[in-house]
Design a protein around this ligand. Structure first.
Ligand SMILES: [Zn+2]
Length: 173
């Protein structure tokens, strides 16, 4: 069957990249595989995947600094009772020590969720990581509307990296 029209050639999940030997682009194919293998709890949101792609396209991060495994990343840490615990980060950008959390993942924020998020932010901050929360409304933008938001996020990451270089504080995760 011949497929006509550019929209049909786009990935069915992110609607951003070209398809790669199937209905999905390579990134979404690999993420879906990780999800089905139980390596990640949720399939990342479309916004998270596009942000990841834009960060790579910006040329700021190479494969060693930012990879598909930084989406829905499980981060292990020891809590005050000495127990091993983990949190799952939507997109973790190690060189900038910034964790990006997409609020849209939870439909309707509950008090319990809000409290848990605050604790996570504290746990990360204590270890030198800034948490950037992306509210739902920013993720609902169209692709062209997203450009400004993406630029702001990239600028924040670059600024964070520059500040870290000045401070010379090693990451603690
Ligand atoms: Zn895709």
């Amino acid at each position: 069957m011949k497929i006509f029209g550019w929209h049909i050639m786009k990935c069915e999940y992110c609607h951003y990249s070209e398809r790669n030997n199937g209905p999905k682009c390579l990134d979404c194919y690999l993420l879906d595989k990780r999800f089905r293998e139980g390596k990640i709890r949720n399939m990342p949101t479309r916004f998270a995947i596009i942000l990841y792609k834009k960060l790579k396209e910006s040329g700021e991060y190479d494969n060693k600094e930012l990879s598909i495994e930084d989406l829905e990343k499980k981060v292990y840490y020891e809590n005050y009772s000495g127990e091993q615990n983990y949190i799952s980060i939507d997109l973790s950008v190690r060189p900038a020590q910034v964790n990006i959390e997409m609020d849209g993942k939870h439909h309707g924020m509950s008090l319990k969720q809000a409290k848990a998020d605050l604790k996570r932010t504290y746990t990360c901050f204590e270890r030198g990581w800034f948490t950037l929360r992306i509210p739902n409304i920013l993720m609902q933008q169209t692709e062209s509307e997203m450009e400004d938001t993406m630029d702001d996020i990239i600028n924040l990451l670059i600024e964070s990296e520059e500040q870290l270089e000045k401070e010379d504080t090693p990451p603690r995760f």
